[in-house]
Design a protein around this ligand. Structure first.
Ligand code: NSS
Length: 432
């Protein structure tokens, strides 16, 4: 056991003298009293340094502590509903661990570029801590959801010999004597092998896209969770996606109230994320666009703006299914009722947050898949192992991918994905 108490556990120590370790978040003084606001990653604590209760040196030190100096404070815990966090420490001692230099991030307003340049320090601020805690809770909810339903976590490789989601956004690297290799865009093809071995699997890890787009919804490195299930068709896939999103959102609402309040998130819209979600076909979605006076030609892919217009028709996430096969990936199964359509589904989040899920039923017929690989000019030799899945006990199977940062961004109500991950990677930024 450590010899200090975390701020979030102070409620168990009311009336006791304890030591708390942390950083000076803020301070003010009023005559014989110094108020130090301490943060330790678990919470915030008001420490009262009263001249009569401490030595001369400690009182002077308390007045000279720079923002973000690290300290160890000792004192008696008092319940104080008006104080930040609900508790107060009546200090008997303050020990300096490290006096901070002038801290670049002050309570004044800073531009976003300045803050991202100082991302390693910016993550100490209250809102960023709240976002990172919610991200963590979302990750845990995702894992719990699949673990509790009998899925096996299945880790795909990150270095791969081929593209999954089209060749235009691949990060390339030289791989010894074997020529070019690429950073994975998606674990899906490997997850399919996993599903045919284990039934229900999910992958969860970083994926990479050399996206030229500078939008607030694109990162070049982002995390994706990808369930894949043997014997599931597109409808089963949509049912799973719906139950999954409901679970994640409702879990965060239940467990992360304090953090959502810090972010001033209006949760009215999130509270409505309850099944069933509306489902519309791509063709009907195009009709919605036209009815609302937007020009759109059947056969094109939806852009972010189109998605938002369609999603505004509904008060919860909407599933758009059966897209023109031309705009979708090679591995998607064609609709047996209309071969110009792919059995694909995207889930669009409300409030303009755009696509959070992309998924499909996979082509399980060997000859059809071979045809697609040729049509897409993909090198068949790299896909032989993937084709084997259609040679040895092929079955219908489906899955989807959820972008973690888009989900965090939506649930937290952020303007941009860059705050949804500790160190964002974007087309124009790979530091700090
Ligand atoms: O390209 S996806 O729509 N689909 C796939 O990668 C499939 N292979 C998934 C599957 O069926 N197993 O990407 C899935 C999600 C998408 O809905 C977004 O939420 C997210 O991944 N995504 C991104 N997030 C952040 N930045 C970028 N650039 C990005 N691209 C996709």
């Amino acid at each position: 056991m450590a010899n200090f108490v975390e701020i979030k556990r102070l409620s168990e120590h009311v009336g006791e003298e304890v030591t708390v370790k942390g950083w000076i978040y803020n301070k003010r003084s009023s005559g014989k009293i110094k108020f130090l606001i301490l943060r330790d990653g678990t919470g915030y604590l008001q420490c009262i340094v009263f001249k009569g209760n401490v030595s001369e040196e400690v009182f002077e030190l308390s007045g000279n502590l720079a923002q973000e100096s690290s300290v160890s404070v000792k004192g008696k815990v008092k319940a104080e509903p008006r104080a930040v966090g609900g508790y107060e420490l009546d200090c008997t001692d303050v020990e300096l661990i490290h006096q901070s230099q002038e801290y670049p991030i002050t309570p004044k307003e800073h531009g976003i570029e300045f803050l991202i340049d100082h991302r390693h320090l910016w993550i100490r601020s209250k809102k960023q801590v709240a976002i990172l805690k919610i991200r963590h809770r979302i990750i845990k909810a995702i894992r719990d959801f699949f673990d509790d339903r009998g899925f096996t976590l299945f880790d795909p490789p990150i270095i791969t010999p081929n593209a999954v989601e089209g060749t235009s956004t691949l990060f390339e690297t030289e791989y010894f004597d074997l020529g070019k290799a690429y950073l994975t865009q998606s674990g899906q093809l490997y997850a399919e092998a996993g599903a045919l071995a284990l039934g229900k699997v999910y992958t969860f890890g970083p994926t990479f896209r050399a996206e030229k787009s500078k939008t607030r919804r694109h990162l070049t490195e982002f995390w994706m969770v990808e369930p894949e299930v043997a014997f599931y068709d597109l409808n089963d896939d949509m049912d799973l996606a719906e139950e999954f999103i409901e679970y994640v959102v409702q879990t965060v609402l239940k467990d992360m109230k304090v953090e959502l309040e810090i972010l001033e998130r209006d949760t009215t819209s999130l509270e409505k994320v309850i099944r069933p979600f509306p489902r519309v076909s791509y063709t009907d979605a195009v009709e919605i666009l036209k009815k609302k006076g937007h020009e759109f030609e059947w056969g094109n892919d939806f852009g972010g703006a189109d998605e938002t217009i369609v999603s505004e028709e509904f008060d919860r996430p909407v599933l758009i299914h059966r897209y023109p096969a031309e705009v979708k990936a090679f591995y998607m199964k064609r609709d047996p009722e209309d071969s110009s359509l792919a059995l694909a589904v995207d889930m669009i989040a409300p409030e303009g947050y755009g696509e959070i899920i992309g998924g499909s039923q996979r082509e399980d017929d060997l000859d059809e898949l071979l045809k697609r690989i040729k049509e897409h000019n993909l090198p068949q030799e790299f896909f032989e192992w993937y084709l084997d899945l259609r040679r040895y006990g092929s079955v219908p199977h489906s899955g989807f991918g959820l972008g973690l940062e888009r989900t965090v961004s939506w649930i937290c109500g952020l303007d941009h994905l860059r705050e949804a991950i500790p160190f964002p990677r974007m087309i124009y930024r790979n530091t700090p």
